[in-house]
Design a protein around this ligand. Structure first.
Ligand SMILES: Nc1nc2c(ncn2[C@@H]2O[C@H](COP(=O)(O)OP(=O)(O)OP(=O)(O)O)[C@@H](O)[C@H]2O)c(=O)[nH]1
Ligand SMILES: [Mg+2]
Length: 292
């Protein structure tokens, strides 16, 4: 099987189950202490696209001059882990299922100071990775999100409902409750310092991990930056995202984490109404006592 990577002078044909390239071999012998960037990719049955993702991540590291590693956090039942390894990724196997859990597990195994995150389904172009790293390295941001809405969403890359309703609505709720100021809270292409991710102490195991990261970063006053990226149609495997149940998990998480904004105004209003009622009844009792 071969995959053609389109894209200017980088166009190359890859043999998916072939020998790793020179960069992969070099990375295998890399001293963990020298790793600057860990690219962490969660995968669940993504055999058609994982080779290209690992290849592009390694290419982006080489082109940008970062010393790096690619970690694939895999729960697949197909050939995804073998293919990832053949391209020079380090494969780790999370002991539980879940998109968020795969990141907890993968990040724990990362040696890099910086962590880049992205899907294994070919929807994000890992060659765009340096754009995410630059604001981090320059100290302009603590968390950088690749925004599909500020960049380009290719035809058929995102269902109409997600593009025009789900993503904008959930992003708006997150901005309202947590003042995050982002355009694409659910983009899966991100970068942060490993220490920042640890500091956020993320708990979610499912897709809502993406929302938790942004809301906690905003909550803690971290600088959340965005760079425009291009979002491509999924080219293999099956989507693991369930529109309704995952949408609800994102919303539920925001409601749980937003007690101050959500409950304080009605709570204060009820408190003052209670005070007013008490004062009025006290006043009424005094008047009745005077009249008696
Ligand atoms: N290890 C692991 N990876 C997972 C799990 N669930 C999803 N993934 C991976 O996480 C990434 C995101 O899942 P997707 O199905 O692409 O979800 P999405 O990007 O929201 O939806 P699409 O728009 O359909 O791509 C993909 O690389 C999946 O293979 C899981 O339980 N374990
Ligand atoms: Mg995806």
């Amino acid at each position: 099987m071969s995959i053609r990577i389109a894209g200017g002078n980088l166009a190359e044909t890859l043999i998916v189950k072939g020998k790793p390239g020179a960069e992969a071999e070099a990375a295998e012998g890399l001293n963990p202490g020298l790793v600057e960037v860990s690219v962490v990719i969660p995968s669940l049955n993504e055999a058609e696209t994982i080779g290209e993702c690992v290849y592009k991540a390694k290419k982006a590291l080489a082109l940008s001059g970062f010393k790096g590693e690619v970690i694939v956090a895999d729960n697949s039942e197909d050939e995804t882990p073998e293919i990832a390894e053949s391209f020079g990724a380090r494969v780790v196997t999370p002991d539980k299922r879940g998109y968020g859990y795969a990141y907890h597990y993968g990040v724990k195994h990362a040696h890099g100071k910086y962590v880049v995150m992205g899907d294994a389904d070919g929807t994000y172009d890992f060659l765009e990775m340096p754009k995410l790293l630059e604001p981090l390295v320059r100290g302009e941001a603590d968390l950088v999100i690749g925004s599909r809405f500020r960049g380009e969403i290719k035809k058929d890359a995102m269902p109409w409902l997600h593009k025009h309703v789900g993503n904008p609505a959930l992003t708006a709720v997150l901005n309202l409750f947590f003042k995050a100021g982002v355009s694409d809270a659910h983009s899966g292409f991100r970068a942060a310092r490993k220490s920042t991710l640890e500091r956020l102490s993320l708990k979610s195991h499912g897709m809502e991990y993406a929302s938790e990261m942004v809301l906690k970063a905003a909550w803690k006053g971290l600088k959340v930056g965005e760079v425009p990226i291009t979002y491509h149609p999924r080219r293999g495997g099956k989507p693991k995202l369930n529109t309704l149940s995952d949408g609800w998990r994102h919303l539920k998480l925001m409601l749980i984490y937003a007690p101050a904004r959500l409950y304080l105004p009605p709570g204060l209003a009820l408190y003052f109404i209670g005070l007013l009622v008490k004062a009025l009844s006290h006043f009424k009792a005094r008047v009745q006592a005077l009249m008696a």
